[in-house]
Design a protein around this ligand. Sequence first.
Ligand SMILES: Nc1ncnc2c1ncn2[C@@H]1O[C@H](COP(=O)(O)OP(=O)(O)OP(=O)(O)O)[C@@H](O)[C@H]1O
Ligand SMILES: [Mg+2]
Length: 325
Amino acid sequence: MTTDGLTLAVSGLTLGLTRDRRARPLVEDLSFGVARGEMLAFVGESGSGKSLTAAAIFGLLPAGVQRIAGSIRVNGSELTTLSERRLRAWRGRDMGLIFQNPLTALSPSVGVQAQIAETYRVHKGGTRDAARARARALLAEVGLKALATGGDSYPHQLSGGMRQRVMIALAAACDPALIVADEPTTALDVLIQAQILDLLARLQRERGLAVVFITHDLRLAARYADRILVLYAGRAVEEGDAAQFFTAPRHPYSRALRDAIPTIPATGGRLTEIPGQPPEPRALPAGCRFAPRCPNVGDDCRRTEPAMTFDGTRFACLHPCAKMS
Ligand SMILES: Nc1ncnc2c1ncn2[C@@H]1O[C@H](COP(=O)(O)OP(=O)(O)OP(=O)(O)O)[C@@H](O)[C@H]1O
Ligand SMILES: [Mg+2]
């Protein structure tokens, strides 16, 4: 994979609980890139490694989980070798992280204007007045005009949708190159959800941001993302252009995910379910991890772990679905 010109380039990322080679990693040999002005969606069932990958990019892995191998570059700079102090400068200034629950990221006892202004001043310097003006402009830009004028408000005084807009303003405060949004709208109703994602997509276009959008909801990925990366039990199983992905996914897991999308109006038929559960990291099957649930499974799948191959999209499967389905 060429990393020239990519805002985010992740290569061979492997995360695990121990360096013991017999233990299976939680995320294994993951490679992907995101260009300026592009949105890549991560999709995959719970436990597939989406949040751990996001945490690794920011150097915020939970205690006990370590990066065993792999490179993470933002605008060409390797982040994995930076000291904690230098990485802290990158976070917030060059890359912003948006979580599902903004209350965990916002300080409860500081007004939101003040929080955005402080983030801006820490990274960019300047006077308090200039930082406060910048905070107000950002709040207006994310559609919170009432919070941009007048006195400051505390996070607990705001609705969930307003808080998530504040998080986006905070993440975008220093004009970062990259924003990673980990299920930013899962707790919100569908109308607010669309408003928040429209806002993120607008910033992506207008500011040329690279965005990684992590979601359980393939419909949102279809609507907003340029490219899709499907994760299964810690490995990438397919990556490709979003439009092509939804017309002709090649990996049977991707196709099962796509076919599980509810459509409106309801056809009266039952939704297609994916039988079984993803494997636990401690109990991965030999060969392809999806083999025990796969409709296309052959004997070879239980012996050989398929490598990523390129044929229109990148996918890792010995018996892929037809090119058009
Ligand atoms: N702090 C931790 N300690 C040990 N294992 C962890 C830790 N955090 C995550 N894991 C394991 O790593 C795997 C990937 O977890 P991750 O949180 O990245 O999943 P996810 O794809 O974000 O899932 P979800 O859709 O539920 O948010 C899971 O098997 C999980 O049990
Ligand atoms: Mg997660």
